[in-house]
Design a protein around this ligand. Structure first.
Ligand SMILES: Nc1ncnc2c1ncn2[C@@H]1O[C@H](COP(=O)(O)OP(=O)(O)OP(=O)(O)O)[C@@H](O)[C@H]1O
Length: 329
């Protein structure tokens, strides 16, 4: 297990992160999500011991490895970097062996062979890195990160260099390895769909803080605030006129949202007449932009079937009351 407690960091006297607290249990995958530059990689680097100066504590198991008072360089951490950071002048087996400098020659050979076998790399062991495909390079990076049997696995955008199918397969494969080896894994990605599908828990960072940390399902179903909802889900913020018509009163600091696939259009009459401003074909669904006749507010709608609707048609907007969510601004 890895515990991050009250973690904070500044660069050149500018605070980047503060009060970050979360745990990753053995066998658990946690994904850190947030806008570019919010500090995701900095968290991974600090856990790996590559970023020495920070506030708070990082503990691996029962041992505090990082605080103002203690700094333990030797941590049981494997790190898969975004660009894999493989050594171009070393071949596959040498790249993997590099992590095993503490072992004797015979122990090293034994472990490298085990890893080559486990990661299906034996036939490529003497190849240079540039002679490998993206997926093979990634397997070398994973083998190297796991060579010393770490307890913690850190993954920075591990799938970004792979095509869609390989990305999907690798995600399942990596998830299995993490569960089998009972690792605590922390992953950084920009891909929200990937985060939802691979993670046991997701942490969202905004404005230096961890604003929500929960299971993927809970975050998706109950985003803590408008930032999380906008970041992870596709939503509409419902305009005041909509709420007024429904006699729905909400506090000043709250907003009412609805997911775009929960908004339906039909010719069946109700209070919410809308004009269809645009229809986009998106493969297996359509996206429509509609404008409320009463207020000129626009909403985005996702529908599988648009019947015979056309741009400039006037139709009615239907949203079930149970699909409305009232959350913090
Ligand atoms: N060693 C450093 N010295 C100064 N500033 C740094 C240093 N490392 C990171 N930063 C700054 O800290 C902020 C967070 O960087 P970080 O790489 O952790 O962000 P990120 O969320 O991983 O970004 P991205 O999603 O774009 O990879 C950025 O503004 C970055 O410029």
């Amino acid at each position: 297990m890895v515990s991050i407690d009250n973690f904070g960091i500044s660069f050149n006297e500018t605070k980047i992160l503060e009060d970050i607290t979360f745990d990753v249990k053995a066998g658990e995958i946690v994904t850190i999500l947030g806008a570019s530059g919010c500090g995701k990689t900095t968290i991974l680097r600090s856990i790996a011991g590559l970023q020495k100066e920070h506030e708070g504590y990082i503990c691996i198991g029962d041992v505090c490895v990082s605080s103002k008072e203690i700094y333990k360089k030797d941590r049981e951490v494997g790190y898969i970097f975004q660009d894999y950071a493989l050594f171009p002048h070393l071949n596959v087996e040498e790249n993997i062996a590099f992590a095993l400098f503490k072992l004797s020659k015979s122990e090293k050979t034994k472990r490298v062979n085990e890893l080559l076998e486990q990661f299906n790399l034996t036939e490529h062991k003497t190849k240079q890195i540039h002679q490998l495909s993206g997926g093979q390079q990634q397997r070398v990076a994973i083998a190297r990160a796991l060579a010393n049997n770490p307890k913690i696995l850190l993954l920075d955008e591990p799938f970004s260099n792979l095509d869609a199918m390989l990305r999907y397969k690798t995600k399942i494969w990596l998830k299995d390895i993490i569960k089998q080896l009972n690792l605590s894994a922390i992953l950084v990605t920009h891909d929200k769909k990937e985060a939802l599908s691979i993670s046991d828990k997701i942490g969202i960072i905004n404005d230096k803080k961890l604003i929500q940390f929960d299971s993927a399902k809970n975050i998706f179903d109950k985003p803590a605030n408008l930032y999380v909802a906008n970041f992870l889900c596709e939503i509409n913020k419902l305009p005041n006129i909509y709420l007024k018509t429904l006699n729905l009163e909400i506090q000043e600091n709250k907003v009412c949202i609805v997911k775009i696939d929960k908004c339906k259009l039909s010719k069946e009459k109700n209070d919410f007449l809308v004009e269809i401003l645009d229809i986009s074909f998106c493969g297996d669904y359509y996206e429509l932009i509609v404008q409320l006749k009463q207020s000129k507010d626009t909403l985005l709608i996702k529908m599988n079937n648009i019947e015979d609707f056309k741009i400039s048609d006037f139709v009615y907007l239907h949203i079930n009351k149970q699909d409305l969510m009232i959350i913090d601004k």
